[in-house]
Design a protein around this ligand. Structure first.
Ligand code: NAD
Ligand code: WQD
Length: 337
């Protein structure tokens, strides 16, 4: 039986594929390359020496997705496919709602039809909105501040309702904190299109000379140095959590939520320092205005993932910075030749 990976060509999907293939799992992968390149899948094969079936399919194309299930014995799915840029979701809300929610509705309907009732879903710490305190546990109140976050929260609710209607479903909701870093081989990593929105890809491009200076968005937050604090997690640790989640979903039915973070918060300036230490390169930065919508602090209590999934993050912040840089210098233009 195979695991369907939606969005497998993307940043987190490609790293997860490596872990699953190395664990001997059979994979079927779909992606429409809206935010990725086919080259990442070639690199996954290069790292693992393993093969998998791939379909260039949009989750919005019901018939094409259904055919993937007709042609393969799929019993479970790790569902990464979705649009993820917070700012773009505010300017194009309908695109985000349609792609992320309709795509998931199609997927779940087809899974149900084919008796594949096991799903691991890529949710996000964004569903905690602006938390009243940190660290965050899974039972914190949920809210969102942008259409992207709204799609994650809505999909979480859809999956809960699906299980309530048919308790054969096994639903594992992974709420990722801030994934960064890259595979140690330097063959796969994050490949943002245009100017990076997120901190680490931006710093990495400053380090490599592709951008001049990092703008630190505000230094008057209620944190130890005034800059925003987040829970950065190595993408390979995150990828490993998916293997644990699938193994768990194979043994239990129900709906479970897990924070996937390290439990440690770092400020923007802590990250600049860690990056400099890991690489020996000075990062030029300037303090600028706050970015609308940003919060002071966000970090996980990941104890539930440890207790239930036997998972915990193993890489430290310097590993994350070093591996980001290694990917960048080996691939100065990402997956572009
Ligand atoms: P990514 O953009 O690199 O990967 C997503 C993949 O899905 C891409 O390859 C894209 O082409 C594909 N895709 C999008 N819409 C599709 C559709 N309709 N049909 C088929 N393929 C489609 O993003 P990522 O960072 O790997 O994130 C993976 C998942 O994790 C996303 O759902 C994202 O929202 C979630 N997430 C990401 C982060 C993060 O910071 N990277 C944090 C929390 C949650
Ligand atoms: C981190 C910190 C910024 C860029 C986002 C999404 C979230 C999730 C993960 C998907 C903040 C500061 C950033 C820069 C800066 N994605 N910063 N200069 O905002 O915590 O989370 O990605 O689910 O939903 O919102 O991550 O990397 O953008 O920012 O000073 O050029 O770095 O203000 O404090 P964020 P980020």
């Amino acid at each position: 039986m195979a695991i369907l990976i939606t969005g497998g060509a993307g940043y987190i999907g490609s790293h997860t594929m490596v872990e699953l293939l190395e664990a001997g799992r059979e994979l079927v992968v779909v992606d429409n390359f809206v935010n990725s390149k086919a080259e990442s899948l070639k690199r996954v094969k290069q790292i693992t020496g393993k093969d998998f079936k791939f379909y260039e399919v949009d989750l919005l194309d019901y018939d094409a997705l259904n055919k993937v299930f007709e042609e393969n014995d799929i019993d479970s799915c790790i569902h990464f496919a979705g649009l993820k840029a917070v700012g773009e979701s505010c300017s194009k809300p309908l695109l985000y709602y349609h792609n992320n929610i309709t795509g998931t509705l199609n997927l779940c309907d087809i899974m149900q039809k084919h008796g594949a009732k096991r799903i691991v879903f890529s949710s996000s710490a964004t569903v905690y909105g602006n938390p009243a305190s940190v660290p965050i546990t899974e039972d914190f109140p949920l809210s969102t501040t942008n259409p992207y976050g709204e799609t994650k929260l809505t999909i979480e609710r859809i999956l809960k309702d699906l299980h309530a209607a048919d308790n054969e479903w096994s639903v594992s909701i992974l709420r990722y904190f801030n994934p960064i870093g890259a595979h140690k081989s330097g063959l796969i990593g994050e490949d943002p299109q245009g100017i990076p929105n997120n901190l680490l890809p931006y710093i990495t491009q400053v380090a490599s000379g592709r951008r001049e200076c990092l703008s630190v968005f505000g230094n008057d937050y209620k944190t130890h140095d005034g800059t925003g604090v987040r829970d950065y997690i190595h993408v390979v640790d995150l990828a490993k959590a998916h293997l644990k989640a699938i193994e768990r979903a194979e043994t239990v039915t129900g709906v479970e939520h897990f924070n996937i973070g390290t439990g440690v918060g770092y400020s923007v300036l802590d990250i600049v320092k860690a990056y400099e230490k890991a690489t020996g390169i000075t990062i030029n930065y300037k303090i600028t205005a706050r970015r609308p919508g940003d919060i002071d602090e966000c970090y996980a209590n990941p104890t539930k993932a440890l207790n239930v999934l036997s998972w915990k993050a193993e890489n430290n912040i310097e590993d994350m910075c070093r591996d980001s840089y290694n990917w960048q210098i080996k691939n100065p233009n990402g997956y572009e030749a």
